[in-house]
Design a protein around this ligand. Structure first.
Ligand code: HEM
Length: 365
């Protein structure tokens, strides 16, 4: 097992999006590839070109900010800037090409996973209003009135962390982790596993195993109270384990905590009717909720804070409902402070444009 955990990542098909996200029939019936069946390859080439343009624009924009060619007076240190500084120190390695690769990886691995986890957590809380109420009370009693929750406040709201942990236990968004490859022959549970075998770990099943969890399928954030989340041995592995475990785990927990916490702090929400939110899982490499069905019924938000506050909070909603910012080039999932402009398209904000300044505050003009 140790050898496998230390093994290489399986690289899967030659897709631009990493292993197995889309099925390409040409990989199974090569003859179809000669005629580019369904124009798959052409679409990928086009997508790659557009993505490359977008990313190059992002790098150039940040390079200009750094060299003072931009009108942006204040210089912020964003992720891209940090990479550009590395480029200065090690130009042979940190080429634009490598930087673009890192950015793609972070976008791919970091955004969808976090947004889906938030969505699952919200759905679970809507089905368990007592949990939502407890979280709200915790926030209200530990965060000063009028102070919008910040990530430095998260240590003061441990129950919120329990909610996130329990959500990740029941709905790990990468239920089979990522495929691993055995680097040597080994034996697992009496089975001979030859070198080079693809290994999938079913984290979903482990995390719902009634032999290791009490009330395994029930949503009970309390089970993690007083425990150090993540120190559950090999029975809680939503971020994988070993040296190929998710490097973004700590960031994800903070990000999800900040968004959920702010949502709870600023809004009252409840189900539209007595019917529970459908927790049916969709399909994919990451597990989405069956989104379109769920969104119809998901929220009846009553505005809790002031309207300005509600607008500020709009960009979180934006994330939750998977709508994209119009302005390219900001690591909107990494920090609200780097958010400049968003167009809200969700039905609670009637499509009005939200313009946030560099501190994430609403720009009223
Ligand atoms: C709730 C959010 C997230 C979940 C559940 C999650 C889960 C995972 C899992 C299960 C793996 C594979 C681990 C394995 O196979 O052993 C992984 C890999 C990875 N994750 Fe995350 N992740 C999340 C957020 C993030 C974020 C925010 C980032 C970065 C911004 C990130 C970056 C990565 C990267 C780069 C890898 C590949 C690591 C490697 O191959 O060595 N993830 N993640």
């Amino acid at each position: 097992m140790t050898r496998l955990a230390a093994g290489k990542r399986w690289s899967g098909s030659a897709s631009l999006f990493g292993p197995s996200m889309f099925m390409n029939a040409c990989e199974y019936i090569p003859v179809l590839g000669w005629v580019d069946y369904k124009g798959f390859e052409k679409k990928l080439v086009d997508l790659q070109r557009r993505r490359d343009e977008f990313l190059q624009g992002l790098i150039d924009e940040h390079r200009n900010i750094r060299t003072g060619n931009s009108s942006c007076a204040e210089k912020r240190k964003t992720m891209v800037e940090a990479l550009l500084l590395l480029q200065k120190a090690e130009p042979e390695y940190y080429t634009d090409y490598i930087i673009k690769g890192i950015v793609v990886l972070l976008f791919t691995a970091g955004t969808h996973t976090s947004a889906l986890t938030m969505e699952w957590a919200m759905s679970l809380m809507l089905n368990h209003p007592e949990v939502l109420e407890k979280a709200r009370k915790e926030i209200d009693s530990n965060i000063q009135p009028g102070h919008l929750l910040e990530d430095s406040d998260l240590a003061k709201v441990p129950y919120l962390r329990c909610i996130i942990t329990e959500t990740l236990r029941l709905f790990p968004v990468a239920p089979l982790l990522l495929p691993h490859l055995s680097s040597e022959d080994c034996v697992i549970e009496g089975y001979d596993i030859p070198r080079g075998t693809m290994l999938l770990v079913n984290a979903w099943a482990i995390q719902r195993d009634p032999n290791v969890w009490e009330d395994a399928t029930m949503f009970k954030p309390e089970r993690f109270e007083g425990t150090e989340a993540g120190r559950e041995g090999f029975k809680f592995i939503p971020f994988g384990m070993g040296r190929r475990a998710c490097p973004g785990a700590a960031l994800a927990i903070r990000l999800v905590g900040l968004v959920l916490g702010t949502f709870i702090q600023c809004f009252e929400w409840e189900r539209v009717g007595p019917e529970l939110i459908d927790l049916e899982e969709g399909s994919g490499l990451t597990v989405p909720k069956d989104f379109l069905r769920a969104i119809e019924r998901i929220l009846n938000i009553k505005q809790y804070a002031s309207s300005i506050r509600a607008k500020e909070i709009g960009f979180f909603t934006e994330q939750l409902f998977n709508l994209r910012p119009q302005k390219s080039g900001y690591f909107f999932m990494l920090s609200p402070n780097t958010m400049i402009k968003l167009v809200s398209g969700n039905r609670y904000f009637n499509g009005e444009e939200l313009v946030l300044d560099k501190h994430g505050k609403l720009d009223d003009k």
